[in-house]
Design a protein around this ligand. Structure first.
Ligand code: FAD
Length: 292
């Protein structure tokens, strides 16, 4: 199939973007890397009358660090983020997760902002941003506001972006350097969307007990699942294999809701604790190596 006809604009400033968005309202859609939107256009799952291309606005792309605060422009390509030393060293969980996002050709075009705004429940970047407690900078014609990553995604393909707004930038406070991270995912083939994924951050005290932990599970419900009960159960205890296995037993499997012929709810519930265990074990292993 071919897309339904649309008018195409390629503005070079953000002001022009907001002018176009306010002029065309609901009829308009922004396009970033096109890796999700173009297939949707081709299948006529999306039929905007106007496409506003964000690719010619240089200020929307780039990665910078200032005093421990990282800023990632929404139009930063996934491949560029993956190749970035700043991301690898300062946000290693994002670096590791990006290896699982599609394939080199999709990452060459696909953007971080596009992935987060598309809000596919199986996407890796929104869950990583939740794990980092990142802030989303949302911009409109006359306003700019900041929303926590956990409040940005509202449901499947649904975000808190209002008409006329775009995701402009992601802000993340770089975690401490003694933090370990882990990421585990099961997909049919490398590069396919996850059946279930797990992202973990963990830090140890001098005595080897867990000082701080975060666990997010993806692809099991419309919004990535933050597993605070697991994290709290680990804090103050030594993250031994047995302790980690007990803690992942606290994952709220009843809140899983995705069930389809390809991956049943029962299978997601079956594999999630194993993936969570692997992510936490990786994180604990790295944290113990980093701890001095
Ligand atoms: C073969 C294949 C495999 C893939 N595998 C994976 C995978 O394993 N994991 C994964 O996470 N993704 C995967 N993807 C999706 C890919 O990561 C996309 O890049 C991503 O979903 C969308 O990013 P994009 O920049 O291409 O956005 P686009 O496709 O251009 O846009 C997607 C949506 O976001 C909106 N949008 C884009 N940018 C903004 C913005 N700044 N502000 C507001 N709205 C915006 C658009 O209007 C559109 O609705 C895969 C894609 C393909 C084709």
């Amino acid at each position: 199939m071919k897309p339904a006809p649309f008018d195409y604009f390629a503005p070079t400033t953000l002001d022009e973007v907001f002018e176009l968005l306010s002029k065309y309202g609901d009829d308009a859609r922004v396009i970033a890397g096109g890796q999700s939107l173009v297939p949707m256009l081709a299948l006529r799952l999306a039929r905007p009358e106007v496409l506003i291309d964000l690719n010619r606005i240089p200020s929307l792309a780039g990665i910078s660090e200032d005093g421990g605060t990282l800023r990632i422009g929404a139009m930063t390509r996934q491949a560029r983020a993956l190749a970035s030393d700043v991301i690898r060293n300062r946000l290693p969980l994002l670096h590791q997760a990006l290896w699982n996002v599609g394939h080199p050709p999709t990452r060459a075009r696909g953007t971080l902002g596009g992935s987060i705004s598309h809000a596919d429940p199986a996407a890796e970047t929104p869950m990583v941003m939740m794990a980092y407690n990142a802030s989303m900078v949302i911009a409109g014609k006359d306003n700019e506001r900041i929303v926590e990553a956990g409040d940005f995604t509202l449901g499947t393909f649904e975000t808190c972006l209002e008409d006329g707004e775009i995701l402009k930038e992601i802000i993340v406070d770089a975690p401490r350097s003694d933090e370990g991270i882990g990421f585990a995912e099961l997909s049919r083939r490398r590069g396919d969307f996850a059946m279930v994924s797990a992202a973990a951050r963990l830090r140890l005290n001098a005595d080897g007990t867990c000082a701080d932990a975060h666990l997010i599970i993806g692809a099991v419900a419309p919004v990535p699942l933050r597993c605070d009960a697991v994290a709290q159960a680990l804090v103050g205890t030594e993250p031994t294999e047995q302790r980690l296995r007990e803690a992942v037993g606290l994952i709220d499997l009843d809140s899983f809701s995705f069930d389809n012929p390809e991956v049943s709810l029962a299978y997601r519930r079956h594999i999630a604790p194993t993936l969570a265990f692997r992510a936490l074990a990786q994180a604990a292993g790295k944290a113990s190596g980093l701890h001095t």
